[in-house]
Design a protein around this ligand. Structure first.
Ligand code: GLY
Length: 575
């Protein structure tokens, strides 16, 4: 398999090939509402699972007003930007996988590198990475995509007026919401990291557990977006304020904002176990990774036969598969508008059968023998958020979006209340050296102007016979697709109810550090199991977080939403 790391593909050429479609439409003031004929109910109810109660309340209001899953999703996204400021956002970006009127869609509203960004912008004059420069402060910020993405999705598929879907968020920003204990804990630890470096405390310092927290600047921005559409964020007063905040501190200019576009892409689609998987294409690595994991596990049916879920042997076999997925990820994944990502080859049945056959069922394979991009595996921030929505007409939305770290870069654009992301950290700040095949590992993900950094976000929908069966996703950085993989196999290979499948123990391996299995405090690998895993040659390492899955499974015609017990999420159904 050859990846052309020199390829810079013009968006126009991809659009001609039918692979992407970009719209200049978000600059129009008036969206076209998809009214359509009266729709037939397919499911008994609509349903959501979302990271907080306010997101669920917003969805409830939208469904009551006659909105569909897309309207509800857009209302949730704007609401979480207010009530879940650690990851909900309008100053970040993300991915939305949709299934509307029986067809799959995907909108990429990932942040882009500013025009002034350079390959070496985070390196010192010795060529070493400057610690923290891509994580905290103005320099870490990518051009935000959320408002463009929401506009595109609602404009194309929503049934309500744009103003209706903005209304809940405006109310929570203007009148306030009650701050939760977990939110304030996260604020406290972020504040330590940002202290003296950003204006974070000026906006979020006064937030207290159990008290109403108001964000008047953000309410004004959301009201302007409600009145003027997405062009307000990219070309209006809000754009002026963001650019003014950046001047002399960071790279984003009015031109960066004006030029930003969300992109409709073909989702990654694969057949697995009688289901159609619809998931995130590059610039996410997650959809490719998820399909590789599921197919390789199926290829190794004989080896998994009789192996208990989450036993030492199960952990070993999954780690062997994950090792190979992360080797491919490091080498071949990046922004498809700049780098020809070989998606078809990476998800091809014959290729994956060959990779699966390399798995050693008895002991961990030598890491070096699997490595495709040794030295390029970057630690990723895990603090994203996901929500899943289905409506009773059979439509579904799976949305993952992020500021990267909790509260992003810690920078609030002056006078806007908008927390800005630190997504630039998802680029490879220091691309690796050529490997034995002469391919520069991680060059696919080097920094270039307008490029989108590689992501792991994996908003996923499974359908069967044209009907939605599962909608799922999670935060977790590089743990995202290994988490979703475990939930899916728990449900479909082990026949677990979704609630148990989400609550079950999760673990993670990602090639580097060598033979290391990460475990979580929620359901630890300890005692006898830990000894057995170590005896196989693995190092166990605790991680303080392993996802916050928001999923909906359709049982018969009844959606069953489940929110991960690890977070403060809410699952709700609506008549
Ligand atoms: N920043 C996390 C991700 O994009 O996967």
């Amino acid at each position: 398999m050859k990846a052309n790391n020199k390829a810079k593909l013009s968006i126009a050429s991809l659009a001609i090939a039918g692979l992407v479609s970009i719209s200049a439409g978000f600059l129009e003031a008036t969206p076209v509402y998809a009214k359509g004929p009266a729709q037939q109910a397919v499911f008994a109810t609509s349903a959501v699972s979302v990271a907080d109660q306010y997101g669920a309340d917003a969805a409830q209001q939208i469904f009551k007003e006659g909105g569909n899953a897309v309207d509800a999703a857009v209302a949730i996204a704007f609401t979480l930007a207010v009530t879940y400021p650690e990851a909900g956002n309008i100053g970040g970006g993300g991915f939305m996988t949709l299934y509307v009127n029986g067809k799959p869609y995907f909108i990429d509203y990932r942040e882009r590198a500013p025009l002034a960004a350079t390959r070496t912008m985070y390196l010192d004059d010795k060529g070493e990475v400057i610690k923290g420069k891509s994580l905290v402060g103005y320099y870490a910020v990518g051009v935000p995509g959320t408002v463009a993405g929401m506009w595109e999705a609602q404009h194309r598929f929503g049934r309500l007026k744009w103003k209706q879907v903005l209304a809940p968020a405006i109310k929570y920003a203007r009148d306030g919401f009650v701050a939760d204990e977990l939110l304030v804990q996260r604020r406290d630890s972020a504040a330590k990291e940002f202290e003296g470096k950003t204006n974070f405390d000026t906006y979020f310092g006064s937030m207290k557990v159990g008290e109403t927290f108001k964000q008047p600047d953000l309410a004004a921005v959301l009201t302007r977006i409600s009145n003027n559409g997405a062009k307000e964020f990219y070309n209006g007063k809000t754009a002026d304020l963001i650019a003014a905040s950046m001047r002399g501190h960071g790279l984003i200019t009015k031109r960066d904002l004006h030029d930003y576009r969300a992109v409709w892409r073909q989702p990654v689609e694969a057949k697995w176990n009688g289901y159609e998987i619809i998931t995130a294409p590059p610039p996410s690595s997650g959809g490719v990774g998820l399909v590789q994991l599921l197919k390789m596990k199926a290829d190794l049916k004989q080896d998994f036969n009789g192996v208990d879920l989450n036993s030492a042997q199960y952990i070993h076999l999954l780690a062997e598969i994950e090792k190979r997925v992360f080797a491919d990820r490091a080498q071949y994944l990046g922004d498809p508008d700049f780098y020809k990502v070989p998606v078809a080859q990476l998800t091809d049945d014959a290729y994956l059968a060959k990779r699966a056959a390399e798995v050693n069922p008895n002991a961990p394979s030598d890491t070096k023998s699997v490595v495709a991009g040794l030295g390029t595996s970057m630690p990723e921030k895990a603090e994203t958020t996901h929500f899943s929505v289905v409506d009773k007409w059979g439509n579904a939305v799976s949305n993952t979006y992020t500021l990267n770290g909790y509260f992003g870069s810690g920078v609030i654009a002056q006078g806007t209340g908008i927390l800005l992301n630190d997504e630039m950290d998802d680029f490879a700040a220091k691309p690796g050296v050529p490997n034995m095949f002469g391919v520069v590992g991680s060059d696919a993900n080097s920094i270039e102007p307008n490029k989108r950094p590689l992501s792991s976000m994996t908003p996923t929908i499974l359908t069967k016979d044209g009907k939605v069966s599962l909608v799922t996703g999670t935060p977790g950085g590089s743990r995202i697709f290994t988490t979703i993989f475990q939930v899916i196999t728990n449900v479909y290979d082990f026949n677990m109810p979704l609630k148990d499948a989400v609550a079950a123990m999760r673990f993670h391996h990602q090639l580097l550090p060598p033979n290391t299995i990460f475990w979580e405090p929620y359901a630890p690998i300890d005692g006898e199991l830990a000894k057995q895993v170590e005896a196989k040659g693995y190092v166990l390492k605790a991680q303080n977080f392993n996802g916050d899955v928001q999923a909906i499974k359709i049982n018969g015609d009844t959606p069953v939403p489940i929110s991960d017990p690890r977070g403060r999420g809410v699952a709700r159904v609506f008549q």
